[in-house]
Ligand binder design. Sequence first.
Ligand code: PEP
Ligand code: MN
Length: 451
Amino acid sequence: MNDVNDATVSGWKPDSWQRKTAAQQPHYPDADALAAALGQLRTLPPLVTSWEVNNLKAQIARAQAGETFVLQGGDCAESFADCRSDVIANRLKVLLQMSLVLVHGLRQRVVRIGRFAGQYAKPRSADLETRHGTTLPSYRGDLVNGPDFTAAARIPDPQRLLEGHMRSAMTINFVRGLIDGGFADLHHPEYWDLSWVRHSPLAVEYQRMVDMLGDSVRFMETLAGGSISDFSRVDFYTSHEALLLWSEQAQTRQVPRSDGWYNLSTHFPWIGMRTAELDGAHVEYCRGIRNPMGVKVSPSMTTEWVLALCRVLNPENEPGRLTLIHRMGADKIGDHLPALIEAVRAAGHRVLWMCDPMHGNTITAPNGLKTRPFERVASEVEQAFAIHKACGSRLGGVHLELTGEDVTECTGGARNLSHEDLERAYKSQVDPRLNYEQALELAIRIARVAG
Ligand code: PEP
Ligand code: MN
């Protein structure tokens, strides 16, 4: 491999993370099998291109400048079993519909980033899990091991790295095909209907927005004397947590006509709360890639820590490079966010501020299931908009866990799902997601406060 550009980020190489402590990595029992799988992964075609990655960085720079808004959403953890056309199409639909609501409410372009086509690895609070006296390695996402509570399923299997790459490729291929084929076309709002939303009290409000947008498109086309191609095409980008560093490294490439290294497994990787140590392997890996990227910011992180992350991850203060995704919880955001906004501004760091209202609002229901009350999720986003505004800053995006399926994982919302309802259709292996109606309801709430 050509080493000419190695010097672009000082002391960094795609494998320099290996000299640091890497939290949340699986222990592969067979080193040769891991090396063989990584060898194959390195030679397979990438999932995205550096042009797309650069385009997204430019879009995020525009969001930082207040010109666009970013909607990022998808499963907590994708599963191999859910790499199915209906699941992928429904998730794309709900994200497109939410973005339509946001375009309407915010009167701005919306940049769409899916948490998909590679969101297959998960951090866990414990390495081991004990059930009925048996202790096994924790499930770490389909990219690593299987969710069944058996010794065989829980052994980390490097073949899963290749399986994950294939399923990510199939997912992104289908998404691109749907979008290129006009799935997002505002002339055809009928494609955008999922039958059961009609039962929602918000269906009328949503339908009115779709009709108004359709009318506006036709009106502008009448003025322009022809079709305005922008309305039938949307850009869609992918993202995942850059967690499993062996596979991230294997997909880190140099490309002709571009300086530096790109992670070409996704447009927008992010560092999760559990792997954001300043001196850790994840920060080391991410500081050297050219992609736009995010870092989750939890209430347990000090201001100094966040400022140091900004310096290390974006030393040139490049527009579009860094997004801070705060995930505080509805009861903590008011205490933590204002000082953070002030400190980042005082230090002169250019960042996009995004709110993840999911991860600080997780509770355990009496039946033991993890859930999130819709009102707390909505409250955190609404507070985030108000706090940024009061501080003279701007919330430029939201980061959500959602699905296009009719699941019952979060309580509340227009149908007021209760703890008892959770057992009816709880499918997530990891965190609870907003279902289709709740996701759309949240988009309408956001459009109301941010518009
Ligand atoms: C996640 O986004 O699924 C996640 C684990 O988030 P966090 O790192 O913020 O806890
Ligand atoms: Mn999650």
